[in-house]
Structure formats: structure tokens, C-alpha cells
Design a binder for this molecule. Structure first.
Ligand SMILES: Nc1ncnc2c1ncn2[C@@H]1O[C@H](COP(=O)(O)OP(=O)(O)O)[C@@H](O)[C@H]1O
Ligand SMILES: [Mg+2]
Length: 258
């Protein structure tokens, strides 16, 4: 009986998701629903369906990026505003290496065992990190909602295309100083270390830099927080330096921040 209901729900939800996406085809005719089928497991599709019935989103519009551990979709809410869905993949083998960024963070001391729980926790962690930043006035995609492995946030970009990241942008000294001041504010006000701070995880927009991909960010009380901070500063300094921009000694920057 239970199985029956769940099967019915599943087929209904497939129908709903795909009819919604079919209605909104991109002009280039890209079949958006298709990707969903190939990448997402049933449970994730169920979660997306719940986001629709809970009125968090109206429909899913297409995929934006496919990584090994997460995929990002462009969706639209009921007010026709673009939102980004970051979906952490449950069927990933690579999650072991993520443990180091959760174990040791006192905010997540009660760890349930199992990949699925770790993946759900990861989504929740990124949501919390985004919220902590947003509350401190650090420019990040505004967090909207999290359910299971799906994080809903503000879409940074236009017409389903994400804004350019630093790597693909023209950059200048101002961007360097802003990058460092973001790390500083993150540490001193949001009490976080990003732990994956790089030219790949910072958008350059007309309103300045926007930091994202905060899944790995840890609380300052994490035993490796300092080491992660040092690495973050080194990485971003190396990037600007390679592009011929005058940078400060990363060791001095570290000292000044802590
Ligand atoms: N809020 C967002 N708005 C628009 N695009 C986004 C957003 N978040 C992520 N993306 C897109 O998805 C890509 C991967 O996101 P990211 O959070 O860095 O995941 P990963 O963990 O795979 O690195 C980004 O490079 C960007 O193109
Ligand atoms: Mg990233």
C-alpha cells in the first residue's frame, strides 16, 4: 500500500516537474527536463516537487553547472524571480574528503552516520554559512531555503547565466583589496573561514565581488580554521599576483586579520 502511494506520487511528480519545465523552453530549444532525469535520484526529484508544492519555487528552468558533488539549476519562484538551486548529489563517492570540514565544527557536533545524512548536513551547513555572512552584510547569494540536499538561493546573474567569476573577469587592484577585505570580514564578523576561497568561487558583478560556494566554510573554533585561513589568503594572493597585480605579503595579511 505504502509502496503504491509512493509510486503514484513519484510518477505524478515526474509528470509535474517535466510538464512545468517543458512549458518553459529556452529559445535555443535545449531540453531542460532531460538533465534532471539523468542526474538526480528519485528522492531528490521528490524534494524538488516539495519545493514546488510548498511554493518556494514555481518551476525548474535548466541546469547551470554540473560538478562532481553538486549540480546547480536555474529555477524561478512564483514572483517570476530567478533563483539558484544547489543540489548536493547523494550518489557521490567523493564525500569522505568533506568530513574534515564538518567534524570539528562545534555547530555540527551531533553527526549522524551515513552518506545521505552527511550530504543533507552539508546543504544545511552551506545555508547556515550563507545566512551568517548575509547577516553581517557580506555580499553572498541571499539564502532562501534548504530542504534535504537542495539549497535555494538568490540567482547571481541574468537570464539563467551566472555572473562571471574572478577567473574569467578583467581584474584590478581594487578587486584584490576587496577580496582581502571579504576574508577579513568573514573572519572578524561572521566568525568563519571559507576554506575554499579562490578565483573560482567569487563572482565579479557590477555591484562588486560576491562570494559563494560556502559549503566548506568552518567556524573559527574549528581546530584547522587558522590553517584554512592561511591557505585562503595564499591562494587568492597567488591569483592576483599571477595577473600582475601588486599584492601584500600574505603572511602580513594573515597576521593583520587574526
Ligand atoms: N547563486 C548562484 N547564482 C548563479 N549561479 C550560481 C550560483 N551558485 C552557483 N552558481 C553556478 O554554479 C557553479 C558551481 O557552484 P559552486 O557553489 O561553486 O559549486 P561547486 O561546489 O561545484 O564548486 C558556479 O561556478 C556558478 O557558475
Ligand atoms: Mg565552487
Amino acid at each position: 500500500m505504502q509502496g503504491d502511494i509512493s509510486r503514484k506520487l513519484e510518477s505524478k511528480l515526474d509528470e509535474k516537474l517535466f510538464s512545468q519545465t517543458r512549458k518553459k523552453q529556452l529559445k535555443d530549444g535545449f531540453k531542460k527536463g532531460k538533465v534532471i532525469n539523468e542526474v538526480l535520484d528519485k528522492r531528490t526529484v521528490m524534494t524538488l516537487y516539495k519545493l514546488i508544492t510548498d511554493h518556494i519555487i514555481a518551476y525548474v528552468n535548466g541546469s547551470v553547472s554540473a560538478g562532481k558533488e553538486s549540480v546547480v539549476f536555474w529555477a524561478v519562484d512564483e514572483n517570476n524571480l530567478d533563483v539558484a538551486l544547489k543540489i548536493y548529489l547523494v550518489s557521490t563517492s567523493n564525500f569522505k574528503k568533506r568530513e574534515q570540514y564538518i567534524v570539528g565544527d562545534p555547530r555540527f557536533s551531533k553527526l549522524k552516520k551515513g552518506t545521505k545524512n552527511l550530504v543533507y548536513l552539508w546543504a544545511k551547513k552551506e545555508f547556515r554559512n550563507l545566512s551568517q555572512c548575509h547577516n553581517c552584510g557580506i555580499h553572498v547569494p541571499e539564502p532562501i531555503h534548504v530542504t534535504n540536499n537542495v539549497l535555494v538561493m538568490e540567482f547571481v546573474g541574468e537570464n539563467g547565466s551566472p555572473a562571471k567569476v574572478l577567473l574569467n573577469s578583467d581584474i584590478d587592484e581594487k578587486d584584490y583589496h576587496q577580496s582581502i577585505s571579504i576574508i577579513k570580514k568573514l573572519y572578524q564578523e561572521a566568525r568563519l573561514v571559507h576554506a575554499d576561497y579562490s578565483e573560482y568561487n567569487i563572482f565579479k558583478t557590477d555591484d562588486g565581488l560576491v562570494l559563494f560556494d560556502l559549503g566548506s566554510a568552518v567556524d573559527l573554533r574549528h581546530p584547522n580554521a587558522q590553517e584554512f585561513l592561511k591557505r585562503d589568503i595564499n591562494n587568492i594572493t597567488r591569483f592576483f599576483s599571477k595577473r600582475g597585480i601588486a599584492v601584500n605579503d600574505p603572511a602580513k595579511v594573515l597576521k593583520e586579520i587574526i
